[in-house]
Design a protein around this ligand. Structure first.
Ligand code: PLP
Length: 400
């Protein structure tokens, strides 16, 4: 019965063009990757925004980290898995966020998914209301559903709707929760205005900066650096598997919030600590991000974003049914609406040696299927031209 039930649902997904498949990569993360079922492809879908995932300095640092610390932590942080390598990384992250959250401490997690579930469940108790942007990442949504708090979702980026909810909210603890850079659209939340609302209505502002850390701010310290914000009311979550190129995540916040997470956050307590060798290599990744090399990579990334947007905007004018929402980040969505058309575009690109994923519901709202293009500082201008040329040819053939 279970198997028949599942099989029918899989067939339904297939029929709706929504069934997902994994591809087997045969070479490290880079703009040009080899796959088991295809030759080399030029890829526009990784979150390796600064090209650090396969950086030679970091490969050596990971090997050195393993020589110093072995390959595993052996236990959870509260048992015996917490090491000097973790503590030093947390101290560095606290220094990054300190100018924006006075006295901030940082706490490492194995993934951003776990950090968000931890934050929502440990802070969102029965006294709390979570006010969450409708387009927030799945991990924030799941965490909020698991929490004992009341959950209110506000329409994407509509701060007047959020303000009405805040005004009517009687909970003693109010948590406004938002992605800083929205993961499927690439638009940036109005964090200063959100913080002002938090201050005005005695709320806290939880920022998920998965796509901002490393990319935004003069030193790559993320969206709070970009907006030059400073407040004790900020609770910051950054991930270390995207621009930082490795794996893991952290929360930076008021010391008492961090202490509470250590006591109560189940995704922190009941899991094996990140291998210390990863914490070790991450410190080196952060050094690259905040130094001259990081600044250069961010500058190059911005040039590529401008080049891609100019080209996509021209395609949107020439062809019907396409739209390009405003985004100045390395996440660029070309919305086509229909699931089948998005899939056909992705398939045609693949036939031309380019991988750009069709993102369909339920990852994005129904009717907004899209090609989600992401750029990395290790792409070249010629790579972006190749993508634009291929898209132009495919769209012309679609019309004829
Ligand atoms: C990727 C992502 C996460 C999850 O981070 P992982 O470290 O990959 O688990 C959380 N929030 C947003 C907005 C993301 O894009």
């Amino acid at each position: 019965m279970l198997i028949e039930h599942i099989n029918q649902q899989l067939l339904d997904l297939e029929a709706a063009g929504l069934r997902r498949h994994r591809r087997v990569g045969m070479s490290p993360c880079s703009p040009r990757q080899r796959w088991q079922d295809a030759a080399d492809l030029l890829v526009f879908c990784s979150n390796d925004y600064l090209g650090l995932a396969n950086h030679p300095v970091l490969i050596d640092a990971l090997a050195e980290g393993a020589r110093l610390w072995g390959v595993g932590s052996g236990a959870s942080h509260l048992v015996s898995g917490h090491s000097q390598a973790h503590a030093e990384l947390e101290a560095m992250l606290a220094r990054w966020l300190g100018p924006h959250i006075p006295g901030a401490q940082a706490l490492l997690f194995c993934s951003g998914y776990m950090a968000n579930v931890a934050l929502m469940t440990a802070l969102g108790d029965h006294q709390a209301t979570i006010l969450s942007d409708k387009l927030n990442h799945a991990s924030l949504i799941d965490g909020a559903l698991l929490a004992r708090a009341k959950l209110q979702r506000y329409p994407h980026a509509q701060l007047d709707a959020l303000e009405r909810q805040l005004r009517a909210c009687t909970s003693p603890v109010k948590l406004i929760v938002t992605d800083a850079v929205f993961s499927m659209d690439g638009d940036v939340a109005d964090v200063p205005a959100l913080l002002q609302l938090a201050e005005q209505y005695d709320a806290w502002l939880v920022i998920d900066d998965a796509h901002g850390l490393g990319v935004l701010g003069a030193h790559g310290h993320g969206s709070l650096e970009h907006f030059a914000l400073c407040s004790e009311r900020l609770i910051y979550m950054g991930t270390l598997g995207k621009a930082a190129g490795v794996s893991g995540a952290f929360v930076a916040a008021h010391p008492l919030i961090i202490q509470w997470l250590v006591q109560r956050a189940r995704p922190y307590i009941y899991t094996t600590a990140m291998p210390p060798a990863l914490a070790y290599v991450l410190r080196h990744a952060l050094e690259i991000i905040e130094g001259a090399q990081g600044a250069q990579r961010r500058a190059r990334l911005n040039e590529l974003v401008a080049q891609l947007r100019t080209g996509l905007a021209a395609l949107v004018l020439q062809h019907t049914g396409l739209s390009l929402p405003p985004s100045w980040t390395p996440i660029q969505p070309l919305i086509v609406g229909d699931n089948a058309r998005a899939l056909a575009l992705a398939t045609a690109l693949q036939a031309r040696g380019i991988r750009a994923p069709a993102i369909r519901p339920p990852t994005v709202p129904v009717g907004t299927a899209r090609l989600r293009l992401t750029l990395s500082a290790s792409h070249t201008a010629a790579d972006v031209d190749q993508l634009l040329g291929a898209l132009s040819n495919i769209l012309n053939e679609e019309q004829s």
